[in-house]
Design a protein around this ligand. Structure first.
Ligand code: FEO
Length: 624
């Protein structure tokens, strides 16, 4: 039976999941399974993006048959010729004799290497920036060699702003009924498998993957459709930021990964002691027994952490076998730009330290801590000072901000000696806030703005309150008309919505000019159907003048839920949506608005400043 997923009005996921595969590419365990994604675009011409692995061919063919009905595929775009995405090319070519195969020259050669059918008569060769028009959609081809094979290309749908990204932005893990990354708790449940996929499949080719990011930065992308894992829509910033770190071999987190190989537990003991000393000094640590944890997980962790410690017993006069394999794997995946320390063990001649050093010296930009701790069978008390010294040397190269005070039982969290007086500016930021688009209508004029203060006041009758800065045009409209809508934004909301509704004034621009949907509630006021999980209409019953702001208390007249997506919080906005500001030029002195990035130049910040872009006050500015 078919099992498909609708991506947009005319784009359908026709891929399949495999949870029986033990080893992806014969080498990477996939305990959470894997998805093979293929996408069918139902335009005037029908376009299929890639096929699937032979293991899930039947489901794929059922999916295609269901979506196509009597129609035929006009174009098969082959973005990546690796057989987990190309296994059905020949079968499709035979079933749809008029189907053109769209690919580049390298792909063309690979197809002939892998398969035996007449491809020459049906191939349509494309190169960088060539386009294909399928009717409503214009598809642009962008070459992405070595992400992960030499023939790889990606496709940009300029009409719907979708990047079909081949292996980039992919992940291990079956989709489990979802299709969009925002439908799941991605950071908690899928980020590790996404990093493991990147590090092991694409990690060696960081430069080439970085070049693809560079090309993609020139495109206006609202959705990413990879060949494995979830589709990204709306807020794609979180995954793009991870890719910027991974492709440049920058660590994601400051902390120490300790990987050890121990036969009788004595090397492990030295590693444990070091981890304990590092924790006491406030560093984050992660530990792996290389004989137990698959190498792909440790390679992935090495892409995450800034500092690496390898502890290995000497075995057959060399490095212990699983540690030797791990170090070779790390070098093969181009690990670089890390601080590294070594511990060796040996009962007669300890050689593993020098041999590990030799291997690591072949990697780029590795800073080795000079002293290798050498254990003779088991660590003795007189060597504890060496463990302390190694912990100190590692801590000295970690930024102070990455070190936390230990909360072990031996230390209690001290209450402040005196209760601080006055109003600390940061205290207001500890209150939890949501983010909302507040809309109003005055005559023919529709308008809206971003607010962060909305709450239920009473349950019976249902009343809510909203607070709006008087400088906002919407505020005056509500004061005049006595009605508004509140669109509760979800975590899918992209930064563009904050720019549109938060950084310009309705006096000057029509903020709804390019909003795709024209929806209105019963009160005639527009709302934002995209990126919103709930809409509340309300009629003002009381207006309280709070100085800079008006507080409206209003009776709810209509309310409906649009999705189960989580509501976005102010904290989430800062952590995942707002772009990081460019580093200020040394010559510029001033204060930057943390909300929108506006810079007020000068030595002092006027206490009554209102940001001209987003209307926030002095509390939201910080020195450059
Ligand atoms: Fe799933 Fe490089 O392919």
């Amino acid at each position: 039976m078919h099992c498909i997923k609708k991506i947009t009005d005319d784009l359908v996921w026709v891929g399949a999941n495999d949870r029986r595969l033990a080893m992806f590419e014969g080498v990477y365990s996939v305990p959470e399974g894997v998805s093979y994604n293929a996408y069918l675009l139902l335009d005037e011409k029908i376009v299929l993006f890639d096929t699937v692995d032979k293991a899930v061919r039947q489901r794929f063919m059922e999916n295609l048959a269901h979506v196509l009905g009597e129609k035929k595929i006009d174009y098969l775009i082959v973005q990546h010729m690796e057989p987990d995405h190309s296994a059905s090319i020949q079968e499709l070519a035979e079933k749809y004799p008029d189907m053109k195969i769209v690919c580049n020259e390298k792909t063309f050669a690979f197809i002939q290497q892998f398969y035996d059918f007449d491809i020459a008569s049906r191939v349509m060769l494309v190169k960088e920036n060539d386009t294909l028009n399928s009717g409503r959609h214009t598809l642009q081809f962008v070459m992405a060699p070595m992400v992960h094979w030499p023939e790889v290309m990606v496709t940009y749908d300029a009409t719907d702003k979708i990047l079909f990204s081949a292996d980039a932005f992919g992940s291990f893990g079956a989709l489990n009924g979802a299709i969009f990354a925002d439908e799941v708790d991605f950071a908690k449940d899928y980020m590790d498998e996404t990093r493991r996929y990147y590090a092991n499949i694409v990690g060696k080719y960081g430069t080439q993957a970085g070049a693809l990011l560079q090309k993609a930065s020139a495109l206006d992308i609202e959705m990413i459709c990879p060949l494995h894992g979830f589709v990204w829509r709306g807020n794609i910033k979180s995954i793009v930021e991870k890719y910027m770190l991974w492709t440049s071999y920058e660590p994601e987190e400051y902390g120490v990964l300790i990987a050890y190989a121990s036969v009788y537990g004595n090397t492990e003991n030295a590693a444990e002691l070091l981890a304990s000393k590092l924790r006491e000094r406030g560093a984050k640590t992660a530990m792996f027994d290389v004989s137990v944890t698959p190498a792909s997980e440790i390679v992935s962790a090495a892409f995450r952490w800034s500092h690496l410690v390898f502890a290995s017993t000497t075995y057959n006069a060399g490095i212990f076998v699983t540690m030797e394999a791990l170090l070779s794997d790390l070098a093969a995946h181009n690990i670089q730009n890390r601080t590294v320390a070594l511990i060796e063990n040996g009962s007669w001649t300890a050689t593993s330290g020098a041999l590990m050093r030799e291997k690591l010296e072949q990697c780029k930009d590795i800073t080795l801590i000079e002293h290798t701790i050498s254990v003779k069978s088991s660590l003795k008390a007189n060597q504890l000072a060496e463990i302390d010294a190694m912990a100190d040397a590692l801590i000295a190269t970690l930024p102070a901000a990455a070190l936390k005070k230990s909360h072990s039982a031996a230390q209690s969290v001290a209450a402040p000696a005196e209760t601080p007086a006055g109003i600390a500016p940061a205290s207001m930021t500890k209150l939890p806030y949501g983010l909302f688009v507040l809309t109003a209508k005055d005559g023919e004029k529709d308008n809206g703005c971003i607010i962060n203060t909305a709450a239920q006041v009473t349950d019976s009758p249902v009343q809510i309150s909203v607070t709006v800065n008087k400088a906002n045009y919407t505020c005056g409209m509500i004061a005049k008309t006595g009605a508004f809508n509140l669109s509760v934004l979800s975590e899918r909301v992209p930064f563009a919505i904050f720019k549109k509704f938060g950084f310009s004034s309705g006096k000057d621009v029509d903020k709804f000019a390019d909003v795709k949907y024209q929806n209105r509630t019963a009160n005639g006021i527009r709302y934002l159907p995209d990126y919103t999980n709930c809409v509340i209409s309300a009629k003002v019953e009381q207006t309280i003048d709070c100085g800079s702001h008006l507080l409206f208390i209003a009776a709810v007249t209509q309310a409906f839920v649009l999705s189960e997506d989580r509501s976005v919080t102010y904290q989430y906005y800062f952590d995942h949506i707002k772009p990081k500001p460019a580093p200020p030029k040394d010559s510029v002195k001033g204060f930057v608005c943390k909300i929108c990035g506006y810079v007020h130049e000068g030595d002092t910040l006027p206490p009554d400043i209102i940001c001209p872009l987003c209307k926030h006050g002095a509390i939201d500015f910080e020195p450059l």
